[in-house]
Design a protein around this ligand. Structure first.
Ligand SMILES: Cc1cc2nc3c(=O)[nH]c(=O)nc-3n(C[C@H](O)[C@H](O)[C@H](O)COP(=O)(O)OP(=O)(O)OC[C@H]3O[C@@H](n4cnc5c(N)ncnc54)[C@H](O)[C@@H]3O)c2cc1C
Length: 458
């Protein structure tokens, strides 16, 4: 669009949200144009920060009329380059939509604005004796809207499911500026299409989420975290499967490896957890109304664990054990922008896949390093590759093809964004992608909502 046309749009938008909330100074807009990893960056003429759903709807209407593309953005913690303006789009920030309702203790639900941080939502739930079960290391910045747009998974999927499983209703602005609102939260409500489910995971391409009705789960105050060292991954996978069968209060089963732990300890100045290094580490967390520590240790013994075990029963030691796992993402980022391949594999295939990976990477990118960690309970492996250029996608291509040939997914929980749209066909048939396109065209005929993510060019 010509600059004078864009200026006219921004003048109209400033009339809606107020000039201080149309940010054009490149120094101030810069953090909105670079993703969390530093791998994806672009430019934007302006960051627009509406303060209400009405303002946001007006802004979208003006942009639709002028055919100006928008990238919705929440906390900007996404890891697939989906929330930054790579093609000069306007950024529509939801960070001012922070209304957070009182917890409905009878229904076990709460209504939260799109810009509410996940940690704020968790705190509000806890104060009412409940818990918002979606949890992730980016909890202080990731927002309700962003986690819905990406259908974020996180640490507790094995027990409570991901974001879609908590969604009881949604409010969103569609590409023509109309507002859809269905926030009653009825657990049973078969009155037509599930728009909340459709928008969840649509990565800002079908509508801008402005609020959501979310289910909460009981707060289980007694908690134990256990870190176990293993000689090999096959043994770790077998133990996790047995512990899951024997311990119904298991919340999380996470995995990391000796080299990742060493990096985390070096970057964060932490001491290694055991007197010796183990090739594989599994972190397990359980919570219940009564202390699950005994049940956890019986389940581990019954599963045949013989390696080192560290147990955290108080808040400090639990946090110390979690730090070994949670700080992987930030520690790896200190080595330069990584390629982040968030994969999902059938669990029985995980050990062989990981065993083959270093050789495959070394063959195609000798200078690259591979870092692995993830949510082993879900078969969700985060493969991080450092030491290759941000735009060198050869290794990504080989690994994605490998994962698809094993019946796995190229995106377990981060979404497709811009990073993976080239490979969507590996997991989705031509008929499915055609259906995606028809839905996109029906809801966003002009193509203004995050037009450069999810769907590859036709
Ligand atoms: C340290 C770290 C740990 C992480 N751990 C996990 C994890 O365990 N599990 C997991 O799933 N992810 C994880 N992530 C990735 C990230 O936190 C999630 O993808 C999260 O859901 C993004 O939320 P956000 O508010 O930051 O969204 P953004 O990064 O701002 O946006 C992400 C996508 O959603 C769209 N979007 C944002 N807000 C809206 C809205 N209101 N309406 C419509 N579209 C919108 C954007 O356009 C973009 O496509 C992690 C990230 C980091 C940095």
């Amino acid at each position: 669009m010509a600059r004078h046309g864009l200026d006219a749009v921004l003048t109209r938008v400033a009339g809606i949200v107020g000039s201080p909330h149309v940010v054009v100074d490149p120094e101030v807009t810069r953090p909105y144009t670079v993703d969390w990893t530093g791998r994806f960056h672009g430019t934007t003429p302006a960051v627009i920060r509406p303060g209400s759903v009405e303002e946001l709807a007006e802004v979208v209407r003006v942009c639709a009329e002028a055919r100006v593309a928008i990238v919705p953005q929440g906390g900007n913690t996404g890891l697939v380059g989906g929330g930054v303006p790579l093609e000069g789009e306007l950024v529509l920030s939801t960070r001012r939509l922070t209304a957070l309702g009182e917890v409905d203790e009878i229904a076990g639900q709460v209504t939260a604005g799109a810009g509410v941080a996940i940690s704020a939502l968790q705190e509000r739930a806890r104060a009412a004796g409940l818990e918002y079960p979606v949890d992730l290391a980016a909890r202080d910045s990731a927002t309700v809207g962003g986690t819905i747009a990406t259908n974020a998974g996180g640490l507790h999927v094995i027990r409570w499911g991901g974001t879609r499983a908590q969604l009881r209703g949604i409010e969103a602005v569609l590409a023509d500026g109309s507002v859809v609102r269905h926030l009653g939260g009825l657990p049973k409500d078969n009155t037509g299409l599930d728009l909340a489910g459709l928008l969840c995971g649509s990565e800002g391409t079908l509508g801008v989420v402005t609020a959501a009705r979310l289910a909460l789960v009981p707060r289980l105050p007694e908690r134990v975290v256990t870190l176990v060292g293993f000689e090999d991954l096959r043994a770790a996978v077998a133990v996790v499967a047995r512990v899951r069968r024997g311990l119904s209060c298991l919340n999380a089963a996470e995995v990391f490896f000796a080299d990742g732990l060493a990096l985390v300890c070096e970057v964060e100045g932490l001491r290694e957890p055991f007197g010796r290094s183990w090739p594989v580490y599994v972190l397990l967390e359980a919570s219940d109304h009564d202390d699950p520590t005994e049940r956890m240790s019986s389940a581990l013994a019954a599963a045949g664990v013989t390696g080192d075990v560290a147990v955290g029963t108080d808040a400090r030691t639990r946090a110390e054990l979690w730090a070994y796992r949670e700080r992987h993402t930030s520690a790896i980022n200190t080595l330069g922008p990584p390629h982040k391949l968030d994969l999902s594999l059938p669990l029985p295939m995980l050990p062989d896949f990981i065993a083959r990976l270093p050789e495959v990477v070394a063959r195609h990118a000798p200078s690259a390093r591979t870092w692995l960690f993830g949510h082993i309970g879900d078969g969700n492996l985060h493969v991080n590759i450092t030491g290759t250029a941000p735009d060198d996608e050869e290794v990504d291509d080989i690994i994605f093809r490998m994962v698809a040939s094993c019946g796995g997914s190229i995106s377990a929980e981060h979404g497709i964004g811009t990073a993976k749209k080239r490979w969507l066909h590996l997991n989705r048939s031509a008929a499915e992608v055609r259906a995606f396109r028809r839905i996109k065209r029906a809801l966003d005929p002009v193509g203004i909502l995050n037009p450069n993510v999810l769907l590859p060019p036709e």
